[in-house]
Design a protein around this ligand. Structure first.
Ligand code: SF4
Length: 437
């Protein structure tokens, strides 16, 4: 028996890519193991979005030197966004000569072939140049029959000035509509309860060939027609591509969750322009207003960057006031991190101490809002999907349609089930509930 261990850094897209890698390995009769000492192959799926992620990855690779030395037959493969950057593969091999395979984000469907070649020849395999067709045919190996990620498009055309993604994942390419619908149908027939459609910029699905693929609202409408008890979520949306048509489809659907992840990144129009986000503060707020007026009980979540080059105190105040106005259910809050090769790299940077102070203020405000929002759930009934178990609380964790987590006491294993719960109380932003049925 041969064993594999995949170490994944970064976003949901990377988690989905790792499922594809696992699919390739299982096809070659490897079995998953959590124990590195048992692993015949370790694959590190890297992230390049932040400097701290890259540092952690380098430390991880360095730490595997002994693992490899103990048994040189073991295979170490490194792939993903970090290795898709031009000079990185050469540097990696120089620093860590014990790496056997290096592949980029656009070479996923070739990973199995690179592995076969390495096993046959024991010669290093390095492939990071984009393939003509991105990975879309490899069957992913999914873990639990609750959530499934379905990639519907690859790459990004937006070139936000702080972001490295368009450089490492290439331009937008949509998957075949029918292929996506069939994949979702199969997952639902196989018992999956929640499907998340993934793309770097999911709501620009189809823009690369509208005649062939249609658009994102049309795709959602088709998927929503599939019979069954399931939920559809999607991420990540770009505000400029969030149309009225999409809002209407969500509002009138049966299975699409009333929860939208809509990164705003900054509340200041001047900073949004420097970020090349292609919308203003006012346009963002207009879309939020429309979403809230059309979609019943909707919740919004978001991403925000503080300390972008040139961000003044007034710009930061604008961010705080936007957060106060929209009231996001939750937010991913980041301190700006300089990425080599991006336009913002060359701009005048904000000092670390200012960034630290601003992120602290933002986190404090968001925590207050999350706690305030939680209160409105108390005393009401919600259908939740039980997605996990929290050993600290000794409770199952259910998630409402709007994306709010709820603790549930149960002696029975209810993982993966839909339950109707009554929210009894809230502590901070945490909600506690009892099962009604
Ligand atoms: S939309 Fe902007 S932030 Fe998102 S992946 Fe594309 S370039 Fe990066």
């Amino acid at each position: 028996m041969k064993y594999y261990n995949i170490i994944t850094f970064g976003c949901q897209m990377n988690i989905a890519d790792s499922e594809t890698l696992a699919g390739e390995l299982e096809k070659r009769e490897y079995k998953a193991t959590n124990n590195l000492e048992n692993a015949d192959i370790v694959v590190i799926n890297t992230c390049a979005i932040r400097d701290t992620a890259e540092k952690k990855i380098l430390a991880k690779i360095g730490g595997l030197k002994i693992w490899k030395k103990t048994n040189p037959k073991r295979i170490l493969a490194v792939g993903g966004c970090m290795t898709a950057q031009k000079e990185i593969p050469t540097n990696l091999i120089k620093t860590f000569p014990f790496i056997d395979i290096i592949f980029g984000t656009e070479n996923l469907s070739n990973f199995g072939l690179l592995l076969d070649e390495f096993v046959k020849t024991r010669k290093k395999q390095i492939q990071t140049a984009p393939e003509t067709k991105v990975s879309r045919c490899v069957e992913p190996k999914r873990d639990r029959q609750i959530n499934a990620w379905v990639k519907i498009m690859y790459g990004c055309n937006n070139f936000c000035s702080y972001c490295i993604v368009p450089y490492v994942r290439g331009r937008e390419q949509s998957r075949e509509k029918l292929e996506i619908i069939n994949e979702v149908k199969n997952l639902i027939q196989n018992g999956y309860k929640q499907i998340t459609l993934l793309g770097q910029n999911v709501n620009s699905y189809g823009n690369d060939n509208p005649e062939k693929y249609g658009n994102f609202p049309q795709l959602l409408k088709e998927i929503d027609k599939i019979k069954g008890d399931y939920r559809i979520r999607f991420m990540t949306s770009h505000p400029k591509d969030l149309t009225k048509e999409l809002i209407d489809v969500i509002a009138n659907s049966e299975h699409i969750c009333h929860s939208i992840h809509l990164p705003f990144q900054s509340g200041s129009t001047a900073i949004l322009s420097a970020m090349n986000r292609k919308y203003t503060r006012e346009q963002y707020l207009e879309k939020v207003k429309l979403i809230k007026s059309k979609i019943h009980d909707v919740e919004l979540s978001s991403d925000c960057i503080v300390g972008f080059p040139g961000e003044t105190e007034k710009d930061f105040e604008d961010t705080l006031s936007l957060v106060q106005q929209v009231k996001f259910l939750n937010m991913y809050m980041f301190v700006y991190s300089k990425r080599k090769g991006t336009a913002a790299e060359k701009l005048e940077q904000v000092s670390d101490s200012i960034k630290k102070d601003r992120i602290k203020k933002l986190v404090g405000l968001q925590n207050k809002i999350s706690a305030e929002l939680s209160k409105k759930y108390v005393g009401h009934d919600y259908k939740v999907l039980v997605e996990g178990f929290d050993p600290k609380e000794n409770c199952y964790v259910g998630v409402t349609d709007s994306g709010k987590s709820v603790f549930i006491k149960s002696d029975k294993n209810i993982l993966g089930e839909f339950k109707l719960v009554h929210i009894e109380s809230c502590k901070g932003s945490k909600l506690y509930s009892n099962i009604i049925k």
